[in-house]
Design a protein around this ligand. Structure first.
Ligand code: SF4
Length: 61
């Protein structure tokens, strides 16, 4: 599973970086993905973060 963040949509609310810090971190103004390839143990948390993102900026593929 792969994940990316659309920087044009992300508002930098830090919800995802707080909930899954092993996968997401804050960049300058918006969140970014540490590693686009999601480890199996984080897949559910990443899917939940994508569902919870208020800007719908997290794209899971
Ligand atoms: S939850 Fe969504 S809007 Fe908030 S920092 Fe993460 S990607 Fe950006």
């Amino acid at each position: 599973m792969n994940v990316k963040i659309d920087p044009d949509l992300c508002t930098g609310c830090a919800l995802c970086t707080d909930s899954v810090p092993d996968v997401f971190r804050m960049g300058n103004d918006v969140a970014e993905v540490i590693n686009a390839k999601v480890a199996p143990e984080f897949e559910k948390a990443v899917k939940d973060a994508a569902a919870d993102c208020p800007a719908e900026a997290i794209i899971v593929e």
